[in-house]
Design a protein around this ligand. Structure first.
Ligand code: NAG
Ligand code: NAG
Ligand code: NAG
Ligand code: NAG
Ligand code: NAG
Ligand code: ZN
Length: 428
């Protein structure tokens, strides 16, 4: 009896120690349960993914690929679904070396690929409005152009990309365009005396406001970012950039720009790439969370999102290797006392608020006609651009000319000479 009572006391003590140790200290399993509840209620919208680039490396041969379990990329449908992803901004990306060459064609091919992909798989759905992104129970695909060189300094090209469903564009990639400046020093072309944004660059910003396209400042220089933040009537996004204070990489955003972003009502969507998170070292979930903590401290949780950059870079933090791993970050932020309301914003509501506002600005500008601003030829003079002049009709062979040397007469003489031959060939 005594021994049995002793045993009970012993058991009670064990239970008490257990309760003292864990009471009030939520277990990691409670964080993962709350994470999954939160993410199924607020499916993630991620700001930047380069799967289309990976697929281009496979010659755009979508038919040869099973996108459910594709493992040559960090992104596949099974993983997206495992992580409760509800929207993905897919980059239509063309390397800077195509600037002034075939950038426009290559961009069209990327858009074609994203549209085919989102059409072919029933789990995906092309979206072009905030409402469609909100409504869908599938993974909404939003198309974004990465790098202003894709429009070849043409507002008409920009508008036609909009018609094809593009709803966001970053003004530069790692190269200057003739009208905006990059944060990178990889390429030196279009280096100007006064950087930032030219008059044509301002026209691009205005036209994107009018169309209702998100302006993305990831990859632009600080001077360009400042000018755009001052000019844009709509909130802007950094679709895949992190905090410069935590890692001083030129792709990250310093605090003074973050304060302008807060005033603008925009959003910074945090990039996971080791280069920007851990300044080239090996990051982990905790290193990424440090960026979130700092950003929240500077501009508040309502201006933060996630723009992982999966498949756009190699080198991702431990525990965040592919698109199935987002929940690890959300659990970490919960354990750092981020509230569920703050995280619902980070996951999707902040992005949808910004997109709504961009559409509202578009609506207020509905009586503004499409811009007919053209870049001055001298500012975009390159070997692939034709300076438009009246056509020069080549001098025809003398044997066909009738009277004198009028080129028009020569053309008509050629026409009458060729016609009978043409007729003969067709009716042989
Ligand atoms: C993907 O799934 C298909 C069909 O179930 C299977 O044939 C294929 O081997 C899988 N591929 C990988 C990389 O797991
Ligand atoms: C979104 O859902 C609402 C309510 O069901 C519906 O009225 C609206 O037409 C839907 N919009 C789109 C773009 O699907
Ligand atoms: C970034 O920080 C490192 C070490 O903290 C320092 O060596 C480097 O000069 C800094 N770079 C810039 C651009 O400030
Ligand atoms: C994450 O990385 C930091 C810096 O390298 C390190 O101090 C920390 O222990 C790591 N945390 C985990 C959970 O691995
Ligand atoms: C364009 O560039 C070519 C070659 O550098 C030059 O000959 C031409 O004068 C330039 N045209 C204009 C309008 O700047
Ligand atoms: Zn990028």
């Amino acid at each position: 009896m005594f021994s049995q009572k002793g045993f009970s006391i012993y058991r009670l003590c064990l239970v008490s120690i257990f309760l003292v140790l864990f009471h009030g200290m939520p277990s990691s399993s409670s964080f993962s349960r709350r994470t999954l509840e939160l993410m199924s209620k607020y499916p993630l919208i991620d700001g930047h993914n380069d799967l289309a680039l990976r697929l281009r490396m496979q010659k755009n041969s979508l038919s040869q690929i099973n996108l459910y379990n594709y493992t040559k990329a960090a992104t596949n449908i099974n993983r997206l679904r495992a992580a409760h992803v509800g929207g993905q901004i897919f980059a239509a990306y063309v390397m800077c070396t195509a600037q002034d060459m075939d950038a426009v064609r290559l961009t069209l091919e990327q858009i074609d690929l994203i549209r085919r992909m989102c059409d072919q798989y029933p789990e995906l759905e092309l979206a072009t409005t905030a409402e469609a992104m909100r409504n869908t129970t599938k993974i909404a695909c939003l198309i974004s152009i990465e790098g202003g060189h894709s429009i070849d300094s043409s507002l008409a090209a920009l508008r036609m990309f909009y018609v094809l469903g593009v709803r966001s564009m970053s003004l530069t990639h790692n190269c200057n365009t003739p009208w905006a400046e990059t944060s990178s020093v990889f390429y030196s072309y279009y280096k100007r005396e006064i950087n930032g944004l030219t008059d044509f660059g301002k026209a691009v910003v205005d036209e994107m406001n009018r169309l209702g396209m998100l302006i993305d400042l990831s990859h632009t220089s600080l001077a360009t970012a400042r000018e755009v933040l001052q000019r844009s009537r709509a909130p802007i996004i950094f679709s895949h950039s992190s905090s410069y204070t935590i890692c001083n990489h030129s792709r990250n955003v310093p605090d003074d720009i973050l304060l302008m972003l807060k005033k603008n009502g925009g959003l910074i969507m945090v990039n996971f790439h080791n280069g920007f998170i851990a300044c080239g070292g090996q990051g982990n979930v905790s290193t990424v969370a440090n960026h979130f903590d700092h950003l929240k401290h500077v501009l508040g949780a309502e201006h933060i999102g996630i723009g992982s950059d999966y498949d756009g870079a190699t080198g991702f933090p431990e525990g965040l290797e592919d698109v199935s791993k987002y929940p690890a970050l959300i659990a970490e932020l919960l354990s750092r006392s981020w509230s569920e309301a703050e995280l619902a914003g980070v996951l999707r509501l902040n992005f949808l608020r910004v997109f709504d506002k961009v559409e509202e600005v578009r609506d207020t500008l509905r009586n503004t006609p499409p811009s007919e601003v053209q870049i001055p030829f001298a500012e975009a003079n390159n070997s692939c651009r034709v300076e438009l002049k009246p056509p020069v009709i080549p001098q025809m062979r003398n044997d066909f000319s009738v009277h004198g040397h009028s080129p028009l007469l020569s053309v008509s003489a050629l026409f009458w000479a060729v016609l009978p031959l043409h007729y003969l060939l067709l009716h042989w």
